[in-house]
Write a protein that binds this ligand. Sequence first.
Ligand SMILES: Nc1nc(=O)c2c([nH]1)NC[C@@H]1CN(c3ccc(C(=O)N[C@@H](CCC(=O)O)C(=O)O)cc3)CN21
Ligand SMILES: CC(C)C(=O)C(=O)O
Ligand SMILES: [Mg+2]
Length: 276
Amino acid sequence: MSATPDRKSRLGPGDIRARKGAAPVVCLTAYTTPMAKLVDRHCDLVLVGDSVGMVMHGLSSTIGVTMEMMILHGQAVARGVSQACMVVDMPFGSYEEGREQAFRNAARLMAETGCQAVKLEGGRHMAETVAFLVQRGIPVMGHVGLTPQSVNTLGGYKVQGRGHLEADRIARDAEALAEAGAFSVVLEKLPSALGQRITREIAIPTIGIGAGVECDGQVLVVDDMLGLFADFRPKFVKRYGELGGAADAAIAAYAAEVRARAFPTPEHSFGESNPA
Ligand SMILES: Nc1nc(=O)c2c([nH]1)NC[C@@H]1CN(c3ccc(C(=O)N[C@@H](CCC(=O)O)C(=O)O)cc3)CN21
Ligand SMILES: CC(C)C(=O)C(=O)O
Ligand SMILES: [Mg+2]
């Protein structure tokens, strides 16, 4: 396996911010040490997303994700990351009450996982909280457009920002986060033209997921692009692998061999003379 590209030292939020208008920022999620090691070899930023609740714990939305889950998976990912910038999602309910609550939980995520930044969902109404965190030493990534923690008020996982008023509102949200000191912002499920407009208008890198090719970077859930997450195939996911199908075939072959007493053979068994 060949790693892309050669990097000497650990990337931080400042390095990501400095990529505005330059080479695309490559991001994927990770939730475990082995996957974090693979993502770290090729990506600029690894996100411990609250999507972990849906991908690894079988939840039907990200609403039930807890601080404890984010810390446990954050610690696992930190053991696999040495080059990429590591960001952990703040889970639903851990930051919305006010800036003090947000600081307390963001500081806990950083102290207990060793991540370099946190991400939280929301636009203008979160700007004051973002500024409070940044001023106190916590780099923040924003997230606007489709914000999955608001699925119940948004009424589903629909494309956001269709129509002029909605587009203007989301553009102002992204601008407010940039003004508040966020080092980058995720744009989720927006028309490509709006992704391009926001990318041109704000001073920090935009990281798109279903927001078009003009964003300053892209992010996907790694299990989605590997074909590991069952039948989840929204339009913005491109499958670069079919690992779910490969895993299914391997498990089926194992089950058949055990039932036929074809596994284990002497090759995977211990005799008197080879007690290793
Ligand atoms: N595995 C996974 N991948 C993700 O991208 C992801 C998560 N989990 N969990 C957190 C959020 C939730 N996201 C979602 C969830 C559902 C759709 C979805 O169902 N999209 C459908 C149509 C939905 C609709 O129009 O109402 C699609 O075809 O895009 C999209 C993004 C993105 N994030
Ligand atoms: C999809 C990305 C941006 C995310 O927030 C997550 O994985 O939770
Ligand atoms: Mg998330």
